[in-house]
Design a protein around this ligand. Sequence first.
Ligand SMILES: [Cu+2]
Length: 638
Amino acid sequence: MSHDDQLAAKGIGRRGFINTAALASLAGVVACTEKPAESAAAAPAAPAAGGHAAPAGVHPKPGELDSYYGLWSGGHTGDVRVLGLPSGREIHRIPVFNPDALVGWGITNESKKVMGTKANGDLRYTVADTHHVHASYKDGNYDGRYAWVNDKINGRMARIRLDYFVCDKITEIPNIQGFHGIFPDKADPVDPKINYTTRVFAGAEFSIPLPNNGKDAGKAEAYRSLFTCVDAETMEVRWQALIDGNCDLVATSYDGKLAATNQYNTEMGAVYADMMSAERDACAFFNIARIEEAVKAGKSKTYGDSKVPVVDCTRASNKDPKTALVGYVSVPKNPHGVNASPDGKYFICAGKLSPTGTVIELAKVLDWFDGKMEKLDDAIVAEVELGLGPLHTAFDGRGNAYTTLFLDSQVVKWNIEKAIAFHKGDKNAKYVVDRVDLSYQPGHLNASQSETKAADGKWLAIGCKFSKDRFLPVGPLHPENEQLVDISGDKMTLVADHPVRGEPHDFIIFKRDLLKPKQVYELDDFPLATKDPAQGGIKREGNKVTVRLTSQAPAFSMTEIKLKKGDNVTLILTNLDKVEDLTHGFAIPKYNVNFIVNPQETASVSFVADKPGIFWAYCTHFCHALHLEMRSRIIVEG
Ligand SMILES: [Cu+2]
């Protein structure tokens, strides 16, 4: 009997069950004004569809700002979305791996340089699949510098600057496929002064023959996965580690000493029946300091054309704990997700095919590496039943964990210390605190500040993979359902559904005051900037033509741009407007050009003037009462 059927048998439809919960939430939900939650007045709530009132704060009043930022991966739209929480309002989409016609990502020369081009100047890739977004740390909390996101399809890692919310670097990782899990470190493993992110780790999910040159496709033993370390500043790949099994998600310890990846295919199977044959898989713990010593000592090899040093982190080469670069902790069947608790003590793996959560104590893992503990599996301090299909775990900073149950369509709240006591033998320890029904099939979840030492236990967002009947039907393609749960009390309260365009996976939620975004660029940051309209104009060297143009609402600096058929044109546009929110666009009909320039930004496009005629280039981004008049006539003489 499915969960829905069980509820139906009890005379409670899922929808009715949730509406009851939403109504009950009215008393406990905080407002999302700038005021602290304690002092927020209980604003009269607007009636929502179905006759129930929306909880105060979830739908802010006009002009009210959200109290949290959320950074959401976009899935195979290849982007990162910025949401305000708790409202769930989508504020921005940051194009990363895929072209975006609104801002001209993949059209301007500057964005193409970040994205990567082929010899002919075309983009190398135009598809991507973003899954996990994580931000840079200092002192165990986000420092507002960067966020990183993976591209699972083409094995790339991108960095986003959080001052301007733009992608500034993309690195293609060699000799991997299906790069999935990603996590920045939080400190240096050796130097305590470096208490901020300097490395980002990447786990490759799919095994491929190394090198992948088409010669060993039939040799099962040639298929391998690599765990990768990327430099957070330069975005160069520092080193890779050859492992047994695959990598799924990644977690890092607060002291910088350990990074881990959970593994659902230690069998190295190529088809799913093989991948599920073992009763236990693993979570691989990497000793970062030792790996980097080995790299320094030249104990590495390379594969194919890549010059990246690869250290040996296979089981066979790491049997002696005192010299081991890696330790494999066993975890029940096909685990998913590994998450670090905010107190810095534990990593928790969710069982997926096993109904369990496994709690691994990091101090004990370090004891094993130091030769003080004989069996690495003794670092497992709890392995408790949570429900069907556990996937990911978030934290409230009060000792509780929240795990999504994909098959049960629930999130379960459980107490970590009580789970440890139960595992030790105290059968009276009631570690499950609460459960709440979700709609439907939850994947990732995260709580406000959950991945930091400042986990504040206010909001929990859950990415439900199916929305079914929760929104107006729009044909066969459904949105995802991002649900919001108030976790400030003992009981969880579902407070909102938010439709999101497919297909977000993971996300982080953090306090808005951790970021100080800039809204106007610095003219000097752009070497190509035209600082004065008088410096603009057309420069011709043979058929190589450079057009330097500026914009100031409501006009471009040139009303006419004369070109000849066959010209190789580079058009550089500087927006001299300094006013916040005064963005201009520049579109050229029939030339497939559109991009924007934000205040004080410079961007350029290159094209061949292969079509004679007149072309009204115009401002596409509303800027002024005379916005429609903001044009420049491009004349291509035949
Ligand atoms: Cu304009």
